[in-house]
Design a protein around this ligand. Sequence first.
Ligand SMILES: [Zn+2]
Length: 200
Amino acid sequence: MKKSVHLNERQPVRSVPVEAKMDTSVTFNPEQIGIVNKAVALAEELVSNYYKMSASQWLHRRYDIKTLIKLAPDEVVEGPFAQIVRYEGRHPDRALGSSTYDLYKICLQDHAILAALNQKPNLQLLPFVLYIVTHELIHIVRFSRFLQYFDAAPDERLAEEKRVHVKTHEILEPCRVPGLGEVLEFYNEWRIPYDDMKGY
Ligand SMILES: [Zn+2]
């Protein structure tokens, strides 16, 4: 996989007030990783059902989800709970330049997620990560369907951010996941962008 040129970087937008510099060495423990994996599997199922994508249409190999321990230094941000980094993927068996595709990496920011859980004791890890990953997957589906450009102007990004929050609510509202109501309420309160996107 080759990184393409750096296209843009949005200023991180804080959704949780940060009093002190965040400690980016705080990572999920093994038990928390297990919970994150469950949330990711559920988010994938919900988003693929919502967009009526079959297993073969689903975006396998078009995205990756990583937690902090697997992130490169420039994939770590302070403030946002996640960011999407776009890479240029290339099929190894084909001639140079003939077949590239976008590969999106959802970079979960363990330190920011855990800090939010500390500040808001009514939030639980599973429904919180479920919201975050569902939200990011909706972004990626919309990029891959050209409903939104990755490199959109800031105004348009903000509008898209609101649309994606609305869709996230729509998908998650009928779900019977303990603690999800509190998360949806949290995002009603904090109905502002919380993720960050970079293109390489
Ligand atoms: Zn977003």
